[in-house]
Design a protein around this ligand. Structure first.
Ligand code: B12
Length: 160
């Protein structure tokens, strides 16, 4: 189903924490995501590569973030994310929206399986490496009930 994104708050200063988790050093993807989310009006705190779970949690607390966007490219996302949502819960961050994206499994043959795995780990949405950043932005606007600006709204729809 395709629905237009209407309604919700026009406050576009929602803060998102972005980073590459674990020992992963792939930086290009989050640089593109940072620029795309900033251009869309979000306040982005980019923690960069090789970010620990503690650093995500501390940054989300310090910046009173609405969302945590985790990136992983090198195939160890499952191990690196184990316990993250428990840690967020312990820090009273259970209401923070969490996304993960990238090359989440070695090979990534069956992405439905990968999505199910990460959803069960607590992520609200799971994106593969072919994701257009605009799709993630639309999803986050919908999840945070944020309305895009007039000009952005003209062309935007979200698949649901
Ligand atoms: C460049 C590169 C490197 C460079 C990284 C340089 C740097 N500092 O960034 C170097 C040479 C260092 C490297 C090293 C390694 N790499 Co490398 N690397 C790549 C390569 C060729 C391109 C990555 C890239 O920049 N893509 C361009 C950006 C724009 O795309 P992206 O990263 O996918 O990000 C987009 C999406 O994934 C998505 N996305 C990403 N994260 C998130 C998060 C959210 C929330 C959302 C919504 C979307 C999203 O949006 C992004 C923007 O469009 C890929 C292969 C490929 N073609 O993807 C392999 C690849 C990622 N590497 C791989 C591997 C295995 C490694 C190594 C482990 C190799 C080794 N044995 O040493 C090491 C790991 C080192 C480390 N500690 O991280 C594998 C991963 C395999 C897997 N997951 O199944 C890949 C897929 C190559 C392959 N086919 O085997 N790598």
């Amino acid at each position: 189903m395709v629905v237009a994104v209407f309604g919700g708050s026009t406050n576009m200063t929602k803060t998102v924490i972005l980073g590459v988790i674990g020992s992963d050093a792939h930086v290009v993807g989050i640089t593109i995501l940072e620029q795309a989310f900033e251009a869309a009006g979000f306040n982005v705190v980019n923690l960069g590569v090789q970010t620990s779970q503690d650093e995500f949690v501390d940054a989300a607390t310090a910046h009173d973030a609405e969302a945590v966007l985790v990136s992983s490219l090198y195939g160890h996302a499952e191990q690196d994310c184990e316990g993250l949502h428990q840690e967020m819960q312990d820090a009273d961050l259970e209401d923070v929206t969490t996304y993960i994206g990238g090359n989440l499994a070695v090979g990534q043959d069956d992405f439905d399986e990968t999505r199910t795995l990460f959803r069960e780990m607590g992520f609200d949405r799971v994106f593969d490496s072919k994701t257009d950043p605009e799709d993630a932005i639309e999803a986050l606007r919908a999840d945070l009930d944020v309305r895009p600006s007039e000009t952005e709204r003209e062309s935007q729809t979200i698949s649901a």
